[in-house]
Design a protein around this ligand. Structure first.
Ligand code: GLU
Length: 317
């Protein structure tokens, strides 16, 4: 057996036990509640799926749980915006730096010239990115985003969670403030209706997925934009490189530096408890554990990924 085959069979054999060990970490977190509909998520759930280029999957724990992608979807709207507008078009509206502030912070928009969001993975940046998605109406933009998600996930039944969408839209006072601030700073232009831009944003955040979907999407990124089943280049390699770099520097909120040290892989988490990560050229990985730590990341999910990275020496460094 070669080294990678040996790793794969060890992963399959050990994963259920490792999930149960990490599951204990759910006691140290709780589901997000600022979007009221997310508060009822199963607090002790933990699931994972790992997919390799041949299409084989190893999954364990609550990998059948459906959850909303939330901020994980921002990686894909970024890719779509890059495909629609090119690098120059995107980087006129968002920067390339981590903020060190909370994901929904308004601080630097006012403090630092030229008043564009620091990066596309914080809320202000992702709202700006939503305005860059091509389409005549918010419905058309949303439809294009979902078509893209379905293509990468290899499942044309992916839909949004209406209840989570409605719950976020009804309570998103902070995201509304950010969006109006962006309008004042002219990041959102005259043609950009603030409520319409927000609608696209809430819709893509509410996209429902399982760990398997997230693993497959992560695998496309791990393969530099290539569909593992067809070999088709779905996303230009350069844009995937940009997205993965942002995942590495800003994907885990204010714990991105810590995650880089502990796990050493590009990753993006969302407030519903999902994490998408990948081992370049080898695996896409989807994790869900709705109990979040103080930084907004899945307590058990991060614990499990640290275990795997150490066990198999996955850190990029
Ligand atoms: N829809 C969420 C929000 O804007 C996404 C946040 C996240 O997952 O980090 O608050």
């Amino acid at each position: 057996m070669d080294r990678s085959e040996e790793e794969w069979s060890r992963l399959g054999a050990q994963l259920p036990a490792w999930v149960e060990i990490s599951r204990e970490m759910t006691a140290f977190g709780r589901p997000a509640s600022y979007i009221p509909e997310l508060a009822g998520a199963p607090a002790h759930a933990l699931g994972i799926a790992v997919m390799e280029p041949s299409g084989r999957i190893v999954a364990a724990g609550d990998c059948g749980l459906r959850f909303t992608m939330q901020s994980i979807s921002k990686v894909f709207t970024l890719l779509l915006a890059l495909m629609d507008n090119g690098e120059e078009g995107v980087f006129r509206k968002v920067g390339m730096e981590p903020t060190g502030d909370d994901f929904n912070s308004m601080l630097k928009l006012e403090l630092v010239e030229p008043g564009i969001p620091f990066n596309p993975l914080i809320n202000a940046g992702a709202i700006a990115i939503s305005s860059l998605i091509a389409g005549a109406t918010p419905a058309e933009k949303t439809q294009r985003i979902f078509a893209f998600l379905r293509r990468l996930a290899g499942d044309d039944t992916i839909v949004g969670d209406e209840a989570v969408y409605a719950s976020e839209s009804a309570t998103a006072f902070r995201n509304r403030s950010l969006a109006y601030f962006l309008k004042d700073n002219r990041v959102l232009e005259d043609k950009d209706d603030v409520e319409e831009v927000l609608d696209v944003y809430f819709r893509h955040c509410s996209a429902l997925a399982t760990c398997r979907h997230i693993a497959r999407m992560g695998l496309v990124l791990a393969l530099g934009g290539v569909d593992p089943a067809t070999g088709e280049q779905l996303v230009p390699r350069r844009f995937v490189q940009i997205a993965k770099t942002f995942m590495f520097s800003c994907g885990m909120y204010n714990a991105s530096g810590e995650f880089a040290i502990r796990v050493g892989l590009p990753a993006k988490s969302g407030v519903a408890g999902g994490i998408m990560t990948l081992v370049p050229g080898r695996y896409g990985i989807g994790v869900v554990g709705p109990a979040l730590n103080g930084k907004g990341n899945s307590t058990a999910g991060v614990h499990l990924l640290e275990k795997l990275s150490r066990e198999f020496d996955w850190s990029l460094f």
